[in-house]
Design a protein around this ligand. Structure first.
Ligand SMILES: CCCCCCCCCC/C=C\CCCCC/C=C/C(=O)SCCNC(=O)CCNC(=O)[C@H](O)C(C)(C)COP(=O)(O)OP(=O)(O)OC[C@H]1O[C@@H](n2cnc3c(N)ncnc32)[C@H](O)[C@@H]1OP(=O)(O)O
Ligand SMILES: Cc1cc2nc3c(=O)[nH]c(=O)nc-3n(C[C@H](O)[C@H](O)[C@H](O)COP(=O)(O)OP(=O)(O)OC[C@H]3O[C@@H](n4cnc5c(N)ncnc54)[C@H](O)[C@@H]3O)c2cc1C
Length: 664
């Protein structure tokens, strides 16, 4: 690192091995080395520079994204990068583009829902980018309600083809990323109709544009849906609109792992459950949880470094003013977010493991943990994206006025990140799925069915309904068993109370609708328990590096005790803890903030983000904020001229008018 390090005094306070923590954050030494190499490769390549992209108009911005995507692909081929390396490289390019959907949804959909023959035909083309795919599920009229989609795929036995059609305006495909201007193909979700009968929604591989001149296939109308929230941000993506006028595709382009349509138009079910049609969403939700920690860590890194640079008030005898990070209010807002970044990292790691396990089981025809995998991916996607979007905004406020400048990097990060609360399932709709799973689990307790996995604690429901929290001193809140029991008891009691209320309704669906707001709260409690318990599990691992485990313990208890404070109503009203114990938890929280304080900068350094990736003057590694902020201001196009365009037309005549009025 060249130049003066304005944060050196902070780094000198560190009480743990930062390099070892970098490996814990990355997940392994291999992941660390690989991501570090790719981050530096991108940061050092002028073709990937990001300065000024927020000032580009839509067309320039989009073309710039196409240029970067093409350059990234060129480098991937030239350097013979592996799939893993290529994924990291694209990540550090840090610009949403059609490639996210191609690699993130189109390819996984074919892998997850295609037959062996379909995979053999389509995957090589997709891997070489000889075709570019998107994922066209949502329509103008329906997104959450997948079974409500209107596009039809009618089998024509005479020609052995499906006819894909958009019967209404509301059946127009609407939102798919990469669709508007780039994709040549899409997985299109449509209602399957054979022999006049409906068979639910299925995926079809449909060519959209000519591979020669990129013109839409006759009968297809396609375009971009228009500008989205924020400057730059997600506007690098061509989210699209698409309609079909009786487009014909061969029968073998329906993804047939779940259901096969024969030459005669007969539907033959395979042994895999229907829900596997939703499998791509489970995969992507799992990756979104991992991405949440990355985005949250970016915001926290910026806010933490800047909070150590920024000084306000408190100067005595002409000495230095107080660093804002030393204010207890700043710490109580910032450190729980730092702890959440680590918590989400570890739960993301665990979810990846769960997903891999489910995939292997599915291949062996074991579908038993599919409902749990669905509930975990849906619930954790909802919990982590909501918390991350809120946290990015909180980090902006933690940076005061300068946080509102685009140069802070936070407005763009927020604008890019916030749709994660909606895409891949609206966060409330997903929590309702978790609630269904929880209510089903509770209702089966009486029949002796033993809950497993993340709901195993519900098997101890009788104990959890009666247990009393064993906390007498603030230090007692540093016992994993105490924290875990408080979270388990809160979630179990909320689930049982909701289930009892539901049982009062004659029609369970009416009850579910009426009590849905309460049910969502139980889902949140359950998901928070998962995050806390996976963090505690992480602490039990053998973590090398001086002081690393200690820091992680502090972060884990900050995460848990801050939630306890924030959701105190739940903990008190369900009788899990007493007001006195809650007050002791707060005492412990303050003590933990003091312990984290000297390590805060090193804990964000452990994310190993380059200045290029952070894209923030406030979050610079060297803390040299003010001169760079000053320099940045002069780059604004308004400062190209001293007297602005429009002066002669609008300002000058106004001034003259006032002068005349004054003389009158
Ligand atoms: C500063 C600059 C920074 C730059 C940063 C750049 C970084 C780039 C950032 C980009 C990162 C990532 C890119 C992401 C791109 C986003 C792309 C987005 C794509 C999409 O949004 S695709 C569309 C997604 N759509 C949805 O998610 C729809 C949500 N709806 C549903 O999932 C379902 O319809 C439903 C579950 C809500 C309802 O289903 P339905 O069948 O109608 O009803 P139910 O009766 O409730 O369910 C039936 C049973 O099925 C079970 N079920 C439901 N879903 C699943 C599932 N997925 N898997 C398994 N089982 C499932 C359900 O539990 C029921 O079971 P039961 O009968 O009770 O046993
Ligand atoms: C940036 C972005 C990228 C996207 N990319 C893609 C893509 O590549 N491919 C694709 O197919 N789609 C994509 N989508 C679409 C996305 O998946 C949907 O917008 C999302 O699933 C939400 O569905 P909706 O828009 O129908 O919301 P709605 O369901 O209309 O939600 C509106 C409100 O109704 C509430 N609500 C809905 N149903 C219920 C219920 N049962 N109970 C209680 N409340 C309810 C919701 O909580 C929300 O508050 C993208 C969306 C965005 C914003």
């Amino acid at each position: 690192m060249k130049g003066v390090d304005h944060l050196a005094h902070e780094r000198n306070k560190t009480e743990f091995d930062v390099d070892a923590m970098k490996i814990v954050w990355a997940g392994s030494r291999h992941a660390f080395e690989l991501s570090d190499r790719m981050a530096r490769l991108v940061a050092s390549d002028p073709a990937f520079q990001k300065d000024g992209r927020i000032r580009l108009g839509r067309k320039e911005l989009f073309k710039n994204t196409l240029r970067k995507a093409a350059h990234a692909w060129k480098r991937i081929l030239e350097l013979h990068l592996t799939e893993e390396e290529a994924g990291w490289l694209r990540n550090f390019v840090d610009e949403p583009s059609f490639t996210d959907l191609h690699w993130g949804m189109f390819v996984p959909a074919i892998k997850g829902q295609g037959t062996d023959e379909q995979q053999q035909k389509w995957l090589p083309l997709a891997y070489k980018m000889q075709i570019i795919g998107s994922y066209a599920q949502t329509e103008l009229g329906h997104g959450s309600n997948v079974q409500g989609l209107e596009t039809t795929a009618t089998f024509d036995p005479e020609t052995d083809e499906f006819v894909i059609h958009s019967p209404t305006l509301t059946s127009s495909k609407w939102w798919p990323g990469g669709l508007g201007k780039v994709s040549t193909h899409a997985i299109v979700y449509a209602r399957l109709i054979t022999n006049g009968q409906e068979h639910g929604v299925h995926g079809f591989i449909v060519q959209l544009r000519s591979l020669d001149d990129h013109m839409p296939i006759p009968g297809i109308t396609i375009g971009d849906i228009g500008m989205k929230f924020g400057n730059g941000a997600y506007n690098t993506m061509d989210n699209g609109v698409l309609t079909f006028d009786h487009i014909r595709i061969p029968r073998n382009q329906m993804l047939m792992r779940v259901l096969q349509v024969t030459r005669e138009g007969k539907c033959v079910k395979s042994n895999v459950p229907r829900q596997l049609i939703y499998g791509t969403m489970v995969f992507v939700r799992q990756t979104i949880v991992a991405d949440a920690s990355t985005a949250l860590a970016r915001a926290v890194c910026i806010a933490t470094r800047y909070s150590a640079v920024r000084r306000q008030f408190g100067s005595q005898d002409g000495g230095m003013e107080t660093q804002v990070i030393d204010y207890k209010t700043q710490q109580s807002r910032l450190f729980p977010l730092l702890a959440s970044a680590y918590a989400f990292r570890f739960v993301g790691e665990w979810l990846k493991w769960l997903y891999t396990d489910v995939t292997q089981r599915l291949q062996a025809n074991d579908f038993s943990i599919l409902p749990e995998a669905h509930a975990c991916t849906a619930g954790l996607k909802s919990l982590t994206t909501t918390a991350t979007a809120d946290a990015i905004e909180e980090c902006r406020k933690l940076c005061g006025g300068h946080g509102y400048l685009c140069a802070s990097g936070l407005p763009e990060l927020f604008a890019v990140y916030v749709p994660a609360c909606t895409y891949e399932g609206d966060n409330v709709v997903l929590l309702l799925q978790v609630a269904r799973f929880l209510m089903k689990t509770v209702s089966q307790l009486g029949s002796g069915k033993k809950p497993v996995g993340t709901t195993a604690y519900l098997g101890r429901v009788q104990d959890l309904l009666q247990c009393c929290c064993d906390v007498q001193t603030a230090e007692d809140w540093l016992k994993p068993s105490v924290v875990l029991e408080a979270f388990e008891a809160r979630s179990a009691r909320m689930c049982v109370a909701r289930a009892q209320n539901l049982s009062k309704f004659e029609n369970p669906e009416d009850g579910f609708a009426e009590l849905s707001a309460d049910l969502v709260e139980a889902s949140v409690a359950h998901c928070q328990l998962i995050v806390v318990s996976k963090f505690i599990d992480k602490l039990q691992q053998d973590i090398p590096g001086k002081g690393v485990n200690r820091q992680l313990q502090n972060l884990c208890y900050i995460y848990a005790l801050n939630l306890l404070h924030k959701y105190l109503g739940d903990f008190l009203s369900t009788g899990c803890i007493t007001p006195k114990q809650a007050s002791l938890a707060n005492d412990q929280l303050r003590s933990l903030y003091s312990q984290i304080r000297p390590n805060a900068i090193a804990l964000v350094d452990a994310f190993n983000y380059t200045d290029h990736y952070l894209g923030s003057v406030l979050g610079r590694y060297d803390g040299n904020v003010y001169p760079k902020l000053y320099e940045e201001a002069w780059k604004d196009p308004l400062n190209d001229s001293v007297v602005p365009d429009g002066y002669h037309e609008y300002i000058h005549p106004m001034l003259k008018q006032q002068l005349r009025n004054a003389r009158l």
